[in-house]
Ligand binder design. Sequence first.
Ligand code: AMP
Ligand code: GLY
Length: 422
Amino acid sequence: MSIHVLLIGSGGREHALAWKIAQSPELGSFYAAPGNPGIGAHAEIVDLDIEDRAAVVAFATEKNIGLVVVGPEGPLVAGLADALAQAGILVFGPSAAAARLEGSKGFTKDLCTLKNIPTAVYGRFGEAEAAKAYIREQGAPIVVKADGLAAGKGVTVAMSLDEALGAVDACFAGEPGLGTEVVVEELLQGPEASLFCLCDGTRAVLFGTAEDHKRAFDGDEGPNTGGMGAYSPALALTPDLVETAMARIVRPTLDGMREAGSPFSGILYAGLMMTAEGPKLIEYNVRFGDPECQTLMMRLDGDLLPILLAVAKGDLSSAQPKWRDEAAVCVVMAAKGYPGSYAKGSEIGLPKETAPDAVVFQAGTRQDGARLLADGGRVLGVTALGTDVEQARSKAYELVRAVDWGQGFFRSDIAHRAVSKI
Ligand code: AMP
Ligand code: GLY
């Protein structure tokens, strides 16, 4: 029986999910909101306000949707999965209570304490003076984090005391979304990598590893961004370290969430630091990483849809995702000026033909008649598979060079850590 699917989101991550879901022989009708032109090649874009939970439920009911796949964290933290579940609609993505793993850093840190999960030593503070006193006591370098969702802007890795104290003031300055608390924590050192696990409330199944490149410019310089490129599998996450992270970090987290009455279902994205003492948790996200997802979707062998359905139904017992032996690299092309201010509306010329194992995933794009225009900060995620990271990387950059977009920029050193080791 074919399954009608509604995909929520509009980024490169969602284009990669749409591309993979569209290959499923089990797929019936496929809708997406708000979508983008790349997603529109696979799914019918519907005019639906994804913040209006009742409207999403009404649409899913009317179209007899068998699975809603939620890409970004915002609607999850706001309770979209709860609203769909209450209406009896299967959803891939956690409840609002479980999404606190991303929505509240303080909540996650306390869970780590409760379950003895390795993470940075920390303090939680509801007002600035106490946070500053703790910072003065600990000294710099130190990390200051706003409690709530901050679209990647809530974390300051402070190298000096002044910078740390300033970050505390910024957190309490009342920017929307930052929350009313700060977490101050020890600086962890070591290579960083992302671990992805499918979770059905009880079980966790490994769903790949990747390494993101958060800084805007080559050599990991410049401001933090949502991610300028990724490769998979991550060099730093050896099979042994993956096993340790599953046993000491992911599984105790699932136990803790279940015991707290908010079992976690969906994809759990653990940001890890491989320290001298072993992997430690930096943070959780309750969704796929963007652009990490683009590399995972290229490497996944076989049908994604039954896997997402198994998660939504709460039974991962027979899910065994298979991976290609190849590595994948994604190079993000962003609008000049990103992550600061940038212009929209420049025209993009995409190559007419690409090899089957190289895909230009679209993020901030807009269709204007026959023209494709830039419409956001991160605009394209050029992704390729190769026999190893080095080959995947040369294929991705070859495709980047075939894109005609003068207003874009990209990093030329994505996957440098993995490639320089070869
Ligand atoms: P995000 O929360 O994704 O904006 O990213 C925060 C980034 O800050 C992480 O990817 C790390 O690189 C860095 N970071 C966060 N916490 C720590 C920590 N305790 N020690 C070192 N680096 C950190
Ligand atoms: N690429 C980082 C993130 O998705 O949070």
